[in-house]
Ligand binder design. Sequence first.
Ligand SMILES: CC(C)(COP(=O)(O)OP(=O)(O)OC[C@H]1O[C@@H](n2cnc3c(N)ncnc32)[C@H](O)[C@@H]1OP(=O)(O)O)[C@@H](O)C(=O)NCCC(=O)NCCS
Length: 171
Amino acid sequence: MVLETQRLILREMIQADFPVLCKILQDDDVMYAYEGVFTNDEVQGWLDRQFERYKEHGFGLWAVVLKETGIMIGQCGLTMQDYKSKKVMEVGYLFQKEYWHRGYASEAAIACKEYAFDKLNVKEVYSIIRDTNIPSQKVAIRNGMTCIDKFIKHYRGVDMPHFLFSVNKIL
Ligand SMILES: CC(C)(COP(=O)(O)OP(=O)(O)OC[C@H]1O[C@@H](n2cnc3c(N)ncnc32)[C@H](O)[C@@H]1OP(=O)(O)O)[C@@H](O)C(=O)NCCC(=O)NCCS
């Protein structure tokens, strides 16, 4: 286990999480901000990328497990992302649709931010969010973030306007 909140456990993903990951990354509604659903190979690539991140950095997107049931309901964690010419630490989150609107994403995102500040000693964390993705922007705001920039991100062959949200550690 990496992190614990009131209702959730965050832990590293394992290969056995592949079917749940498919449920998330192959759902049209979850993936609209990513220009469509992933193939099985793309899901495996996504999972492998997290394994590499755990090894390289000690963090990545983690599985979010509901304490009450032990079910993996989503992913949330920290990744290094490109912003202009630098790398920034992003708090990212994607949840199964049936677990939206219960505050789980915000609870997990706040815990990840605190982990970055307290355990990794990072001074500022970011969330990079497509301009049309209002639910994700609301999570960022609940995570104490404000929008500090707008830029174009090239992803899956499409130019997408994105907002850069950020929050600083209070020293
Ligand atoms: C982004 C995403 C995780 C947000 O999910 P969400 O369910 O809106 O966010 P939360 O889990 O924090 O839930 C917050 C909502 O639950 C409500 N809520 C209900 N019960 C609650 C409780 N006990 N505690 C807190 N909030 C509660 C809040 O009022 C809030 O509603 P609102 O947004 O209408 O104001 C989800 O839309 C998603 O997975 N999207 C697809 C992937 C994606 O786009 N990821 C981000 C890429 S940048």
